[in-house]
Design a protein around this ligand. Sequence first.
Ligand code: FAD
Length: 407
Amino acid sequence: MTETKKHQIVIAGGGSAGIATAASLLKRRAGLDIAIVEPREEHYYQPGWTMVGGGVFVKEETCRSEASVMPEAVTWIKQAVRGFDPEVKTVDLADGTRLAYDLLIVAMGNRLAWEEVEGLEETLGKNGVTSNYRYDLAPYTWELVQQTRKGRALFTQPPMPIKCAGAPQKAMYLSCSEWEKRGVLGDIEVEFHNQGGVLFGVGDYVPALMEYIERYGVDLNFGSNLVRVDGAAKTAWFATEDGEVERTFDMLHVCPPQKGNAVVAASALANEAGYADVDQHSLQHTRYPDVFALGDCSSTPNAKTMAAARKQAPVAAVNALAQLDGKPMAAQYDGYGSCPLTVENGKIVLAEFGYGGVLKPSFPRWLLDGTRPSKAAWKLKANVLPSIYWNAMLKGREWMAKPVGMA
Ligand code: FAD
């Protein structure tokens, strides 16, 4: 018989958004009974993987134990969620346990669908095929960049939505920057294959990015979607309007296709696309008022980034507590997301924007103009943001993350 355990608040997923929300809840109300369901022993700072692929960080800098980031007052349930029944307010776990809740917060991330590209999984990490989207593979990107002195390097971007939409081109710019420094860039044909039709979704950042595309001599291919790889033959195939295009390569950096989290997608919480269906401002579920969702698993149409989760966590915390108390929800999420585009080693174009592509710079223009490459933005990413993540965001110190709508 299924055993049922009850917690006041159940948080599904102990990644960036889940831990930050727990910390924000406890900061507002110590003594809450919160359980976080998270099967993994490791906790990753994924934005650091671009820097690992660019030889700036070592991978170990981007990983800590899950135990070390788990707030002390929280019950950590080291299990995977298998399903949700929001009608009766329960969560089923892989070991057969059933959890009951007053409030559920879903923060289970999205799914990297490597299997959608034929032949990809078996060649990842060898034959010159890599991806910064995996902790264990990001160092291989840097290894390949160092090995490559001539030939052809391909960088791919799948259909949206993906987490950190800039990451596929960030990998390319940092590779080019290194090849330029070593004086071999002229001997390497660099191609960007993007399923979409624009270099970046918010036009204000495109001119600066185009300067780098020209400087590095990148061949831009829009409407070109990676569908098949033969690692041993060092050949990739792309679906385009004009049919399938075949390209040989010496190095291939892949950004995998991405989907809604599989457990969320299979549940009553999902919208048609497989994401937890929430109001884009309050983060409350559209059909189940005791459920909130944030981060990469949610339906909110913002740029799926850590920076977004940093802003969403306090909003989810404030509104979830209001729901628990039967009071009106006061906090609103404005769609803020950020993408530090590493255009060269030492400079970043810092894209920060909200819903509708409205620019939302954190700094006055005289201090940091996000639409232009700057050393200040590089210092922010390389030296400041990791520490903000580990020491502020995951600890309920809501630096520059005050919810819109709050006095
Ligand atoms: P995650 O942090 O992925 O956490 C989801 C958690 O849910 C995981 O711990 C997982 O184990 C758990 N989970 C999954 N399924 C289950 C289940 N069934 N049961 C229980 N738990 C489950 N963002 C930026 O802001 N700036 C950047 O520069 C940036 N660069 C990036 C570069 C790369 C290469 C990548 C991959 C990402 C980057 N991001 C960046 C995006 C950022 O890392 C994510 O948007 C952020 O981590 C989302 O947080 P999350 O909590 O929603 O998901």
